[in-house]
Write a protein that binds this ligand. Structure first.
Ligand SMILES: [Zn+2]
Length: 479
């Protein structure tokens, strides 16, 4: 039996298991670094399948690796399983309804991501067993992607140092190879401490920390004009210092994201923002402290590995959605607004060019495979796969798991991540990645070419954007 037959047969035979794991993780909906039940669900399958599982990687309880086979090359399939806060939604329902009041939800489809990557790893194991070939397949359980930078911490601690190739995927509303970079991202808290006072009786005795936050934000908004246009800065006031207007706030905190195409550019802007904070503290007579939270490197898509994924995605075929899946997608489409569709069209133009965009004028599901090789530039988001991509040649695919125009981090995506549409996409992703991994195991010259490409792009340099003394914190928002 050939590669396609073995991988497809294995995933089809065990599809109920993978769907069950995906649905379980969807139901647990655990936030970053708290994915105890989700990681356990995946580990137990890996153990049953004969993988050697090591838990607690990089000092993170929910990070793990399952390994099968021996020797070179070592192929890693990356899995995620963290949810987002505040996105609880009834599964597969096209009517907006919270499943648990104020609960979490899988609005980024990481339940599908984790289980789809698991399907790929298990199928590759089957191939290694059946064909008795040399080589290692590893499943990396990567927690805390949403604002957690789990893979960055894992990269910093050397978890991927002997990996030859890394493969991943992400659920989306299109099917293609992710051939475009992302922005580096540094995040930091700015904490101000002042002096409390009665705001009417003795304001002259008060030093307002909230004033410092406001002045800092004004300063940063002026700074925007004088930084590179590709950069992005955003903030949230995480502590306004209380809710009483008649008290001068003696503490306040603002949380910043600073994004730029390269880490060093984000670092330069970060330094300038620290100076703005210092200025705000001087103006108000308060003290300030910058508390670095986390960092993500930009993503470097490896073209050599991307081509292997593209070839195998074509061989596996785009998700073949049936009548029920198409009808359900149609119902979700009706919940979307015109700007959602327009935005999705723009994304397709950026990723795939105008031919694909034209096709989508009349379709509800992106049921074909976008072209590959022409993409340039970056998309203005960030991912912790960026750090992996600096130390291991890395490529990813996106596979349709939702009605076209459904944005990530929405209730509609949460719902579809537990639906037959999501499951169909997940199984396709598992097959394409599994087949690509087999190609690499059988043709180690791909590893040589991919590593050469990576070295040309990075000159062999990687500096982790998270300082050694900064440890992971539980998730609050999304990346
Ligand atoms: Zn995601």
């Amino acid at each position: 039996m050939d590669k396609k037959e073995i991988i497809t047969r294995c995933i089809e035979d065990k599809k109920d298991l993978f769907i069950d794991i995906s649905n379980k993780i969807w139901g647990y909906a655990e936030l970053g670094f708290l994915e105890f039940k989700s990681s356990e669900a995946i580990c137990s399958v890996l153990e049953k399948e004969g993988f050697e599982v090591k838990k607690g990687l990089a000092g993170i309880e929910t990070a793990f690796v399952g390994s099968f086979g021996s020797g070179y090359p070592v192929i890693a399939v990356l899995g995620e399983y963290d949810a987002l806060s505040g996105l609880s939604q009834k599964g597969a329902s096209h009517i907006k309804k919270e499943e648990r009041k104020g609960g979490n939800g899988h609005g980024c489809g990481h339940n599908l991501l984790g289980a789809g990557s698991l399907a790929a790893a298990v199928a590759v194991k089957e191939y290694i067993n059946e064909k008795e070939i040399k080589g290692t397949i590893r499943y990396y359980g990567c927690p805390g992607e949403e604002n957690g930078a789990g893979k960055t911490f894992m990269t910093r601690e050397g978890c991927f140092k002997d990996v030859d190739i890394a493969l991943c995927w992400h659920p989306g509303d299109v099917t293609c190879v992710w051939g475009i970079g992302t922005l580096a991202n540094l995040s930091s808290y700015f904490r101000f401490t002042g002096t409390a006072a009665h705001a009417a009786a003795a304001p002259h005795l008060g030093r307002s920390a909230l004033d410092s936050v406001e002045l800092m934000n004004v300063g940063v908004n002026y700074l925007r004009e004088h930084i590179i246009p590709e950069a992005r800065i955003h903030y949230a006031i995480t502590d306004p210092g209380g809710s009483a207007p008649n008290v001068v706030q003696n503490q306040a905190e603002v949380y910043y994201y600073i994004r730029a195409p390269k880490v060093y550019q984000a670092q330069e802007i970060y330094e300038r923002i620290c100076n703005v904070a210092k200025g705000a503290a001087l103006m108000t007579g308060t003290e300030y402290e910058a508390v670095f939270s986390q960092g993500l490197s930009d993503y470097i898509p490896n073209k050599t590995v991307g081509e292997v994924l593209y070839k195998n995605l074509i061989e596996a075929g785009a998700p073949d959605f049936d009548k029920n899946e198409r009808e359900l997608a149609g119902r979700f489409r009706e919940t979307l607004k015109q700007p959602d569709i327009k935005n999705a069209m723009n994304q397709v133009r950026l990723l795939e060019g105008s031919t694909a965009a034209e096709k989508m004028e009349t379709k509800v599901l992106y049921d074909f495979i976008g072209s590959f090789g022409h993409q340039k530039g970056t998309i203005p988001g960030s991912t912790d796969i960026g750090d992996v991509s600096y130390v291991v040649p890395t490529a990813q695919i996106i596979v349709t798991c939702s009605s076209f125009g459904t944005a990530l981090h929405t209730w509609q995506f949460t719902a579809q991540a537990s639906s037959i549409i999501g499951h169909r996409g997940m199984l396709t992703a598992g097959k394409a990645m599994g087949m690509a991994a087999v190609d690499i195991l059988l043709n180690p010259e791909i590893v040589v070419a991919a590593k050469k490409e990576l070295k040309e792009k990075t000159h062999g340099e990687y500096i982790c954007p998270i300082p050694d003394n900064v440890m992971p914190e539980t998730a609050k928002a999304g990346s």
